[in-house]
Design a protein around this ligand. Structure first.
Ligand SMILES: CC(C)(COP(=O)(O)OP(=O)(O)OC[C@H]1O[C@@H](n2cnc3c(N)ncnc32)[C@H](O)[C@@H]1OP(=O)(O)O)[C@@H](O)C(=O)NCCC(=O)NCCS
Length: 154
């Protein structure tokens, strides 16, 4: 069956259970329910979700900083990837950050995460630097560098 049209909306505390299920299904190091609850309740954060077929299939978390904003999470359910949903979430995050008058959108990403790095490059992010050995190892590998990326919002 063809998927229904995807819809984006801001998530609130009533979405905690769906968000927890989504995070635990799709991430190597998922946010805990307590972390998700805290960010859903934080007036300096925005959590954007995308729903399809009456299911939460993706989300992004952006936090307001002095002068800048930081993308702290973005993910799409495994069976809904490569359909442009993360790109749409990123557009919504960029609009939210512009609404805060942020100068730049910042993020950190594992240096092996080709899908995310491709997404960010396509959306206009540049590489600003690298933190050596920042991330704990994934199964059977060494610690991993973080790429620091940013996109101007002006
Ligand atoms: C990264 C992620 C959010 C991308 O979601 P998505 O909805 O599949 O992304 P989109 O369909 O919007 O892709 C946009 C662009 O990103 C790049 N991209 C996405 N997935 C890719 C992959 N597997 N390999 C290479 N490039 C990829 C491509 O340039 C793509 O454009 P194209 O499809 O026209 O070639 C998704 O793979 C995911 O949830 N991964 C696990 C969580 C994660 O790693 N989050 C980032 C943490 S920093």
């Amino acid at each position: 069956m063809r998927p229904t049209e995807a819809r984006l909306r801001s998530l609130g505390i009533e979405d905690l259970a769906a968000l927890t299920t989504l995070e635990q299904a799709g991430q190597h190091d998922p946010w805990t329910p307590a972390q998700l609850e805290a960010v859903l309740d934080d007036p300096e954060a925005r959590v954007v979700g995308v729903e399809q077929d009456e299911r939460l299939v993706g989300h992004a978390v952006v936090v307001r900083l002095p002068f800048d904003a930081e993308l702290q999470a973005i993910m799409v359910a495994g069976d809904r990837r490569r359909q442009g949903l993360a790109s749409r979430l990123l557009e919504a995050v960029i609009e939210a950050a512009k609404g805060w008058d942020a100068e730049r959108l910042l993020l950190e990403v594992r240096s092996s995460n080709d899908a995310a790095i491709g997404l960010y490059r396509r959306a206009g992010f540049n590489e600003d630097g690298r933190r050596r050995g920042y991330y704990p190892p994934l199964a059977g590998r060494d610690r991993e560098d973080a790429l620091l990326m940013s996109r101007p919002l002006a």
